[in-house]
Write a protein that binds this ligand. Sequence first.
Ligand code: ME8
Length: 511
Amino acid sequence: MMKFYITTPLYYVNGNPHIGHSYTNIACDALARYRRFRGDEVLFTTGTDEHGQKIKEAADAKGMEPSKFVDNVVPRFKALWKKLNISYDDFIRTTEKRHGEVVKKLLEMFYKNGDLYEGEYSGWYCTPCESFWTGTQLVDGNCPDCKRPVEHIKEKNFFFRISKYQKWLIDYIDSHEDFILPKIRRNEVLSFLKMPLNDLCISRPRNRLSWGIDIPFSKDHVTYVWFDALINYITVCGYGYDPAKFKKFWPADVHMIGKDILRMHAINWPIMLHAAGLEPPRRIFAHGWWKMGGAKMSKSKGNIIDPVEMVDRFGVDAYRFFLLREVPFGVDGSFSEEALISRINSDLANDLGNLLHRTLSMIDKYFSGKVPKRRSLKYVDEVTRNLVDKAKGLGPEITSAMDRINFSQAIAAIWVLVNTANKFIEQKAPWRLSKENKTQELQDMMYDLYEVLRIVSVSLWPFLPMTSEEMTRQLGLGETKKRSPKDLSWGLAKSGTKINKGKPLFPRIES
Ligand code: ME8
């Protein structure tokens, strides 16, 4: 059994979760479910980033204490993950005691080792991004990332000697081709590393911002929010308090993030880990952005869509399907209701829903709702051979796509089988076989269609768990037990199984 540790970013709780946040969590959920299906021991973690200036300002705006404010917002994230069937194993909040202790432990270690020093910070700060910038990095006087105004700061702070480890990091990235994915992001990091790194300011003076983790060796400072938040990835898997768990799960197999937080994850974080004598994560995957009208969807831009509303109107699996299928993982996508409705109608209602409904209707009509017996696979024509081969090849195709974290390709492979089966029905014309009393041929054919649907229901599990379960129920396969790749083998369907034809999986949506 292999271990597989996958993390999502910790989301800021200054507002409600939006489509962008749900995207990362749905992607991680699909991968976590897929690895469990493969038999791995999975640790899948998510959580919330609760310190820093941005959260303090959001709490002030509501006239609330930050701790009360974050306690109010966190349940909205948890409720959304429940609604979306996100199967995380642990939810970490950066305000938890277990996390504060690990952060302080690391700070003390860095201080003792001479990786931290006290100095004066003079530069620019972008609160929405919680990022420091030098004057030369600004674009037209604004934050180079989000283009919003920055404020000038001059104050005593602690710095992390990130520059000391720059050469180590470049060598590490050079010798680990899959460390940062997709490749375009790897190149972006390497090109950024051509310039000397500025040491990282890791504190905030308490008299200006007290909403942060205490710094053990300075009562005048608290920890900078990003320095605290990254450390969650080792806290949540036991660092410092559960050595057996930490040994089992660290290094993380995938840190899944959006491309907006690439540098923090691919530069600062591996260096912090290296300085602490720990291995870097195995892989950092930075996916693209969902955009609205050409701009990144974000809370501060106000162009967000509420995932709760989308799920209530279109259903959880339709929503998951759209996000995972619409764009190749890694590139940007453009969100629109029209595109979502079009995917639902074509892929879900027409292709998949129809295949299930018409197959079960025919099994009802021709065989009183019982899966008929098939002759041996010696009795196949070319059309059937093509269908069976596609079904047998599906497992390896999904493995190859998922090993490259390519959700849309894995799903496309399932749809090739679905569409081949729909074509198979047209080509074999079962209504004619029935009229001509070709009963054995009709039996073989219905068994094959049923078997395809069983294999599709198993392979959909990581992506559309509820649909997979509903298909299993309609196919008369009872309670969903733990599935494994063995369930993708051809010929496991038992003749005589009583089906439970139900309502269409995805009704067509009239726009
Ligand atoms: O950056 N499209 O939190 P955050 C796709 N707290 N994904 C998007 C997106 C969009 N339009 N908008 C957001 C933070 N995301 C820090 C992280 S980690 C130790 C600390 C997703 O609330 C994407 O995963 O701003 C992005 O990286 C993350 O939400 C940023 O969430």
